[in-house]
Design a binder for this molecule. Structure first.
Ligand SMILES: [Zn+2]
Length: 53
């Protein structure tokens, strides 16, 4: 996940408003991983979380 992806325009509707979903990866919620970035307007999913690093 790169920061640029948060600033990208949606390829479908062109908005830059997005919702980044996070998933907490431990019970104390000290760490969170980004799961996906979804367009606020049309629901386009920019990137699903990938296992590779
Ligand atoms: Zn969109």
């Amino acid at each position: 996940m790169k920061l640029e992806q948060l600033l990208e325009k949606c390829p479908k509707c062109g908005t830059t408003d997005k919702t980044a979903k996070r998933k907490f990866i431990d019970e104390h919620k000290a760490h969170a991983e980004l799961e996906s970035i979804t367009c606020d307007k049309c629901g386009y999913v920019f990137e699903e979380k990938k296992m590779e690093k």
